[in-house]
Write a protein that binds this ligand. Sequence first.
Ligand code: ATP
Ligand code: MG
Length: 396
Amino acid sequence: MADYDTVLIRYGELSTKGKNRKDFIRKLDKNIRWILKDQENLEYQRTYDRIYIRLNGADPAVIKERLQKVFGISSFSFTEKVPSDIEEIKKTALRMAQEAKGSTFKVITRRHDKSFPMNSDAINRTVAGEILRNTDHKVDVHHPDFEIRIEVREYDTYLTSEKIPGAGGYPAGINGKVLLLLSGGIDSPVAAYELMKRGLKVEAVHFASPPYTSENARQKVLDLASIVSIHQGSMRVHVVNFTDLQLKIYETAGDPYAVTLMRRMMFRIAEETARKHGCLAIATGESIGQVASQTLESMVCINDVVHMPVLRPLVCMDKLEIIRIAAQIGTYETSILPYQDCCTIFDPKNPVTKPSIEKAESYEARFDYQALIQECLANTETITMYPDSNEEEDFL
Ligand code: ATP
Ligand code: MG
């Protein structure tokens, strides 16, 4: 069994310079410590372009699983420790080469302990020779598929090979705050993940229409928020009681325009909620063409009621791609639970696919929606969700 000693973390997307770079690294360091806070005895070291964590007996499988959730990490590698003995080094390097992905390699040795009987060049050649004799791999010093790095110290030698891909992106929370319209569907939790990956802190607004929508449906949304909150520490969810406004819409607009009006009301409420909580933009899980309300004409008509930018991270993604991400981030199973959302309950038979702004406005002129919007805002409950329900602190 490999004796892992240290994990070496490489940063992603570091085209940022100066103060931005410092903020990036400081935030990343904080986010990593937060996600590993239940792991005792870890020791951290930060250099210009790397973070090292000495494991001191911590379980590498747990560390690996956690680090893959942290945005801002481009890749990381575990380092194995063996006694400073050339036979041990050869044996371990060979095993790493056999396990590595790819067929071309390069060995890079640094000898800190000058009393070691071979110099770096001789170690490189000996280790490479061992790999060449026992595998089909070839040496490529310019563009190898993988590198075996060897650091010889007085008693122990450290070997690193496999690069484990990180989640990429920017450390959660360094790029400001957005308010996401979060339903219980497949798309919006994926949108939350994509926004967080860009370093945005995500708050959510959910529209519930009790008693037409159930407690289960509401809990499902909170559970989804809890699942994605692991990437930013916690997630606030503003649950809006939408019942009265929604009933009034159906009474006033009738079938074809009901969805359009409902969305326009959702956007208005979202924008006010965003402003109140310091969010600079709103966001949705919409994707062009997916359903009637997501045609370009429909987006234009819905977007017309707000002034803030509306971020739609999934706008050009295929459903299959969205489902793949949902499965990967662990929201898919919850999203497909069959509890009805406010949209599905009042699902009209013939929604208009090319709504006009004039027509929407003429329906809206028939009732005092502003008063109902104010009521919705007053009837909003804010709940903070954490990845683990016993959680108390968050890192943002
Ligand atoms: P999702 O899978 O995210 O539910 P969808 O494919 O079902 O999306 P729609 O029902 O048209 O598509 O919803 C489009 C977007 O509108 C959602 O991604 C979400 O951002 C927002 N939305 C829909 N219903 C609600 C709701 N009840 N509360 C908050 N936001 C909602
Ligand atoms: Mg939906």
